[in-house]
Design a protein around this ligand. Structure first.
Ligand code: NAI
Length: 336
């Protein structure tokens, strides 16, 4: 099997997880370089024998002789780093969001068009989760009839709220930070384009978030051009663990994914009822999806095929996320 020479930028909460996959679990990848602005994070990957480490992304792009780069840096750095890599002839996998403004997304789209020989994939890992893949196959086979309603909830655990309170001012708000996944799924399952968005939310548990224009829980209602609807709730304060739940209603039947976010099949029967342990956070729930999405990206390079989550999806989701942010800020319905 061909090994692709991969570099990674960002070794934080998610980057370290991606780096471990690339180093130890994915046969198609040879992790040859890593970059982080935090030197202690580089020390951790050096213990794996990875000596080629950088604090400067441009240096890695210039000197590490990469075929592909995995971008897991802070959201505001993605667009610039994608463009720099592709202009240097390197395939790119980037975490979401593709850009934090529409101008950034348009620049990335243009760059991707300019390099048709290079692969670009965006980290919408839910598309690579077994349950979501099975749901998509049912929808595409017409088993639900025409889907007309997408409902979802995405909740980070209360146990990690301190981390969120720290990065909330730079998160881009709940729509860009978290709901982009739900928006991507709504577009993926329902097809078509969003016509208008209404969004509300607040600092119900952490009022200080409202002072910085953020929220710990927020909801949005999307109307599609063909009349289909999407309804979503995102939050950072789930008491029982990490929960991502989705329902899709069709003319014929409905489907539901992860109504109970069970960590495993253990159930405890006692005086309190039937207890099920829940997923603690996203690396547990989407462990396989994070793995599968990188394998799919590397296979696209090896087999010269097109990634299923690309630049157009990045622009479409950011556009809706920014409209939801505006609706949340103004209290108005925002037409796209
Ligand atoms: P983090 O704050 O824990 O880590 C950020 C990392 O990026 C650090 O290693 C830092 O040194 C590096 N970095 C930032 N700017 C840089 C620059 N200009 N040059 C080089 N290195 C730079 O962040 P976290 O939580 O790991 O998130 C990273 C990205 O992954 C974010 O864009 C986030 O939206 C996305 N993410 C996606 C998830 C998903 O479900 N797909 C889950 C969590 C995060």
């Amino acid at each position: 099997m061909k090994n692709i020479r991969v570099g990674i930028v960002g070794l934080g909460r998610l980057g370290y997880h991606h780096a471990q996959d690339l180093m130890f679990r994915i046969p198609q990848a040879e992790l040859v370089a890593a970059c982080s602005v935090i030197p202690e994070e580089l020390e951790k990957v050096r213990t794996w024998g990875l000596e080629n480490v950088y604090t400067d992304y441009s240096e890695m792009i210039k000197n590490a002789n990469l075929e592909a780069v995995v971008i897991v840096s802070s959201s505001g750095a993605h667009a610039e780093q994608i463009i720099e890599a592709m202009d240097a002839g390197i395939h790119v996998f980037s975490e979401k969001p593709m850009g934090v403004t529409l101008e950034e997304c348009e620049k990335v789209e243009k760059c991707v068009e300019l390099h048709p020989d290079l692969k670009f994939q965006l980290g919408f890992m839910r598309r690579f989760d077994a349950s979501y893949m099975a749901a998509k196959a049912k929808v595409d086979a017409g088993e639900l009839g025409k889907p007309f309603l997408f409902k979802s909830t995405s909740n980070d655990p209360l146990a990690t709220i301190d981390g969120f309170l720290g990065y909330a001012p730079h998160s881009g708000g709940p729509w860009l930070d978290m709901a982009v996944h739900d928006i991507d799924l709504a577009l993926w399952f329902l097809g078509g384009e969003v016509e208008s968005v209404y969004a509300i939310g607040g600092g119900y548990l952490y009022p200080e978030l409202e002072k910085i224009g953020c929220a710990d829980n927020a909801c949005a209602l999307l109307k599609f051009k063909d009349g289909a609807m999407a309804q979503m709730h995102v939050g950072y304060s789930s008491p029982h663990g990490y929960q991502v739940e989705t329902e899709i209603f069709g003319e014929g039947e409905n489907i539901r994914i992860s109504a109970v976010p069970a960590k495993n099949r253990l159930q405890t029967y006692n005086r309190e009822g039937v207890l099920v342990e829940c997923d603690e956070s996203w690396p547990y729930r989407f462990n396989e999806a994070f793995f599968n999405e990188k394998v799919a990206f590397l296979n696209c390079i090896i087999n010269d095929t097109i990634p299923i989550a690309g630049a157009k999806d990045g622009t479409a989701t950011t556009k809706v996320a920014l409209a939801a942010t505006k609706a949340f800020e103004t209290g108005e319905v925002v037409h796209i």
